[in-house]
Design a protein around this ligand. Sequence first.
Ligand SMILES: *Cc1c(COP(=O)(O)O)cnc(C)c1O
Length: 469
Amino acid sequence: MDNNEFRKWSHKASDWSADYRETLDDRPVRAQVKPGEIGKLIEEVPPEMAQDMETIFADFDRIIPGGMTHWQHPRFFAYFPSNAAPAALIAEQLANTIGAQCMLWQTSPAATELEVKMVDWLRQALDLPEEFKGTFQDTASSSTLCAILTMRERALNWTGNKTGLAGQKTLRVYASKGTHSSIDKAMWVAGLGQDNLVHIPIDAKGAMRADLLQEAIDADRKAGYLPAGLVVCVGGTSIGATDNVEALCALGRREDLFIHVDAAWAGSAMICPEYRHLWQGVEMADSIVFNPHKWLGAPMECSAHFVREPEALVRTLAIQPEYLKTYGKEGLVNFSEWSVQLGRRFRALKIWFLLRAYGLEGLRTMIRNHVNWTQKLATQLQGESDFEVTSQPVLALFSFRYAPPGYEGDLDELNRRLVNTINDDGRIYLTQTLHGGMQVIRFTAGSYEMEENDITIAFETICELARAL
Ligand SMILES: *Cc1c(COP(=O)(O)O)cnc(C)c1O
């Protein structure tokens, strides 16, 4: 492809992108295809001869969008959002064009220095203390893995990487039952083992019981285990479970645990001072993760990982074979030493565009709208005699279920059927979860394109389809 062709097709791609965004509202939110339906449309073998862009582009348009669930749809109320704000998308196009591999300062000076600044902009936006430095990992799973590895190395006096875990004391990490499965996976990958992630029971509000945490630590020490770390949850995935950050951090510090706070989703809301009570005490943590690629509007992948002592993270993850050394440039940041992966994308550019194009005030307004509109829907459903709100809104997340008075069948089955019916309908997209032993339906607002009227559509769709079951 010569440069003229490249110009033509990148213009086409831009036009396509704008058209796509314009027509999102008319598309069913969740893909309406069956497993295998799209795969059938793709050739079995790779082409030997070059094909023209006309055909390639036409096939893309014919096959792909119709087989996608539309995460940028204004009525995407499932999982958590994965926003791609338009201004940040432009940055992503530019970063893709430059196509840099941002592992070392030397391989990407501007990307590295912008990343240092953007992490610090976000730190200020969240009002975290100045000593927190950080990096953009790909996902919260990776950030958490890095935190668990740091916990491990710190507890083993930095010997784990060298000698392995055989013959070492068995390490223990503590987290509540409401934490995300990425913590479990990090335990597996770090070689610590699922059994050594101690799940502490939660109270009625979904917060870890500090008294039971203390008991578990005491019992573990007595039994010869080595307590290494604590994972604190702010805005859990299922129903927004949130630990008492201040109490847990104080306890964790007393017990010399490395403390990691997982606020992958809820962290974005902390740009609003009025929500910061949810993680009051967070400045006592050693490591904090939140995903600008969820609510804030940075396209996948962009997970902000803050650490109070970068030395501990770098000591855990820096590996310097001869060919990666950058002589005479000591004191420079090489972000590959802050993460598991070596090669890294240019992630800071989208944060730069995002924060400038909307301003913190613009982003706060969006988040406040989502929180208020979610509250409005919860109140509306609560007002209907055949619906129950099963967990009150935490920021922009609550759960509910359909429970018509006198219904004699299985309510779990009824609600599973309702979720499927809603998602087949296509006007809105919701997911289910288990809460208090019940099958309930999650609702979370967070789309960039959402307007208040989308709440009305959600309310009407839910009521209409439930009553027609
Ligand atoms: C989404 C989420 C994760 C996982 O995030 P990834 O970036 O997809 O790895 C972890 N913890 C919480 C609380 C989340 O909401």
